[in-house]
Design a binder for this molecule. Structure first.
Ligand code: 5AD
Ligand code: SF4
Length: 466
């Protein structure tokens, strides 16, 4: 873990000056649309981008085709994410034929891949701005240059290790907020491109994090999600993650969650926190990736199946009702049928509430991409299908157990499926839909669970007397 180096406030001021300058340019875009791909980290970055664009006088345009500026915040963790981003970019070329004044910006993890920015510059000259993950804070300066110099700007920096504080932001939801606590990853799991595109681990100062939480609390946050690629290796101002969590808990925000945790770094203190902290929700995303020791070793995960299962037992010892979720990769190079069966048996043993399952996708530049892989894609497909079916059956059983219980739900949105219904999460993170109006969004509702579906629960609101 690196020492925290903040981007100097003078530089942030400089960028704020560019925001003011862009706002004064008559030919600037007046509306923006952001397409955020990938993980919560990207979503949080998109909130900062939105804040900067609004400080430049642009208004959010919900219809992509109608916006003056379209920005793609890309992901590259798997090949399909990358193909989707590139496919979108090609489609933008057509759009620009009709609307030459349209400004197209592409940022995020994909642009940070080796050789990608150069390729984009050459093959997609209609893109006005390409920037990376380490220079997002310079967006105002780049947009100013695109407008005034009238040619594309392609700037991706290799250096990393800085933390940026004090940029504007436009939060998606005021009642439930993401708070970054650390950036980057030093784990180098052999399949993963994240350490190459997000850089080395660096943590924000606890004071900056706490100040942000207090501000969000003042603005009405009922739930905080602390974010990092590997929050367990957080070390800011000498404080470990569990310490930070205790301090955040004391602020009194009703719900605290965090992600993502690496099993090798899950400390005893953090496990105890589940028994002690009032506001920490009984939910943990603890990606296992595979159930075979040999595959875990080749993935460089640095824990064994037994160590992982022991963590699960201890977590449930402290917090019997904890909801666990996972990420699982199927078809890692050389994975045998027997090794895959070990993943299946681990899933049966742990009984996750939910699991995100992926077929291994080779990423150029990662060690696993050079490992021999003779398993046909059809076999991998069959494996993942079986895993998905197993997990669906378990998820359904877990949800059915909730029927008849009373749950406090933080209402997030109007239900897209049922008119007159709203949806939100229980403490354990289960999604519940129940009849109710949009005035409930952002508030807590007490709900009795009446039935369980494949991924969601249905409930009935309990109106208490008095
Ligand atoms: N192929 C498939 N899945 C991957 N993940 C990361 N890299 C790859 C890859 N190359 C998955 C891991 C990780 C999640 C965010 O994405 O399961 O936890
Ligand atoms: Fe990728 Fe592993 Fe880091 Fe997660 S812990 S971001 S899977 S390298």
């Amino acid at each position: 873990m690196r020492e925290t180096i903040n981007v100097p406030q003078a530089e942030i001021e400089r960028q704020r000056e560019f925001m003011r300058l862009v706002e004064k340019l008559p030919e600037r875009p007046h509306s923006y649309h952001i397409v955020s791909m990938g993980c919560q980290m990207n979503e949080r970055d998109s909130e900062t981008v939105a804040g900067m664009l609004e400080a430049m006088g642009m208004a959010r345009q919900p219809v992509r085709e109608a916006a003056d500026l379209i920005l793609y915040n890309t992901c590259c963790v798997r090949e399909n994410a990358e193909n989707k981003a590139l496919g979108n970019v090609i489609w933008l070329k057509e759009l620009k034929k009709d609307r030459p004044e349209l400004m197209i910006c592409v940022g995020g993890c994909m642009t940070q891949e080796k050789g990608m920015a150069a390729m984009m510059k050459q093959r997609y000259p209609f893109i006005d701005l390409v920037y990376g993950t380490h220079n997002l804070y310079k967006l105002p300066e780049y947009i100013y240059r695109v407008i005034t110099e009238k040619h594309p700007v392609v700037e991706v920096m290799d250096i990393d290790g800085e933390v940026v504080e004090g940029l504007p932001e436009r939060r998606k939801k005021h009642f439930s907020a993401f708070v970054n606590i650390m950036y980057g990853c030093d784990n180098f799991c052999t399949y993963c491109i994240v350490p190459y595109v997000r850089g080395r681990e660096r943590s924000r100062e606890p004071e900056a994090i706490l100040a942000e939480c207090v501000r969000l609390q003042d603005e009405g946050a009922q739930e905080i999600m602390l974010l990092g690629q590997n929050v367990n290796s957080y070390r800011g101002g000498g404080a470990a993650f569990a310490e930070l969590l205790y301090r955040v808990d004391r602020l009194g925000i009703p719900r605290i969650r965090f992600m993502t945790s690496h099993p090798k770094d899950l400390s005893d203190e953090l496990i105890h926190a589940y028994g002690e902290l009032k506001h920490l929700m009984p939910q943990l995303h603890l990606p296992v990736q595979a159930g075979s020791d040999e595959i875990l070793r080749r993935m460089n995960r640095r824990y064994t199946r037994e160590h992982y299962l022991e963590l699960v037992r201890r977590l449930r010892g402290v917090c019997p009702d904890i909801g666990l979720t996972s990420d699982i990769i199927v078809g890692f190079p050389g994975e045998t049928q027997a090794q895959f069966e070990e993943t299946m048996s681990l899933v049966r043993e742990v009984r996750y509430d939910a699991a995100y399952t992926f077929i291994y996708s080779p990423r150029t530049g990662t060690p696993a991409a050079k490992m021999p892989d003779d398993t046909p894609y059809e076999v991998k497909s069959e494996r993942i299908q079986r895993l998905i079916e197993l997990q669906q059956a378990i998820s359904l059983e877990v949800l059915e157990k909730q029927v008849g219980t009373r749950q406090r739900v933080l209402v997030e949105a109007a239900s897209t499926r049922d008119a007159g219904s709203v949806g939100g999460k229980t403490p354990r993170g289960h999604m519940v839909n129940f009849p109710g109006g949009p005035e409930l969004i952002g508030t807590f509702a007490d709900v009795e669970i009446v039935s369980a579906g494949r991924n969601t629960l249905r409930g009935r609101r309990i109106i208490q007397d008095g």
